[in-house]
Write a new protein. Structure first.
Length: 198
C-alpha cells in the first residue's frame, strides 16, 4: 500500500522509465487490464525493448511488485518509529494504513489487485504471499513484544484485520475502515494480554 507517485523520466534508463510507467499504469488501472504496448508508449520506449529488458509482462509485474513492497516496508518501518511502545507500534500500523487510505492517489493494495486472476502458486501469487508473510511476521513480532500469551494467534488475528481493512476500503472507499480494524485489534490485543496475565 503506497500512493501513486508520478516520477520524472528525464535522465532515467530505459529500464527505469519502463518500470515507472508500469508502476503508474498497473497501480491505477490494474495489472490485468494494462498491456505492454501502453507501458512502452508511456515510457517512450518500444515493446521490443520491454521484452529485451524484462523478458515478459509477468517479469515486469514482479519487478513492479518488488519495488512496491520495498517502498511499503520502508514507509511502514519508518513511520513506526514515531510510536514508543510495542503496543503503540502494533496498533499504530492501523494509523499508518489510515494515512494510506486518506491519500488522494491511493487505489488499494497493489498485491491484492495484482493477484486477482493469478493461478495459485504462480509467481505473482507467490509475490503476494511474500508480502503477506512480511506483514504477518511484523504484527506477530510486535505482538510477542507486548507480552501476549500466544503471539502467533494474536498475529494471525491482527493480520486478518489488516487484510479486512484493505478489502473494506476497496469495496466502500471508506477510510474509517482502518480505525474500525484498529478498534478490533485493540480488543484482540487486550484479550491476548489478559490470557497471559491469568
Amino acid at each position: 500500500m503506497i500512493e501513486e507517485v508520478r516520477m520524472p523520466t528525464k535522465g532515467k534508463t530505459t529500464r527505469e522509465r519502463l518500470l515507472t510507467a508500469a508502476d503508474e499504469l498497473f497501480y491505477t488501472q490494474g495489472v490485468q487490464s494494462v498491456g505492454v504496448d501502453l507501458i512502452a508508449k508511456r515510457a517512450g520506449s518500444s515493446k521490443k525493448s520491454l521484452y529485451a529488458i524484462f523478458g515478459s509482462k509477468e517479469a515486469l509485474v514482479l519487478s513492479y511488485l518488488e519495488a512496491r513492497q520495498d517502498a511499503i516496508q520502508k514507509r511502514i518501518m519508518g513511520e513506526l518509529g514515531r510510536f514508543d511502545t510495542p503496543r503503540e507500534r502494533l496498533l499504530g500500523i492501523f494509523d499508518i494504513v489510515a494515512e494510506f487510505f486518506n491519500g488522494p492517489a491511493y487505489h488499494g493494495c497493489p498485491f491484492q489487485s495484482a493477484s486477482v486472476g493469478s493461478a495459485i502458486g504462480s509467481p505473482i501469487d507467490l509475490a503476494h504471499a511474500k508480502y503477506r508473510t512480511w506483514v504477518r511476521t511484523l504484527v506477530t513480532d510486535l505482538a510477542a513484544q507486548t507480552g501476549v500469551s500466544d503471539p502467533e494467534k494474536v498475529g494471525r488475528e491482527i493480520h486478518l484485520l489488516y487484510d479486512a481493512a484493505n478489502v473494506a476500503f476497496n469495496a466502500d472507499r471508506d477510510p474509517s475502515a482502518a480505525f474500525t480494524a484498529r478498534a478490533a485489534a485493540t480488543a484482540v490485543l487486550d484479550h491476548g494480554k489478559q490470557s497471559a496475565d491469568n
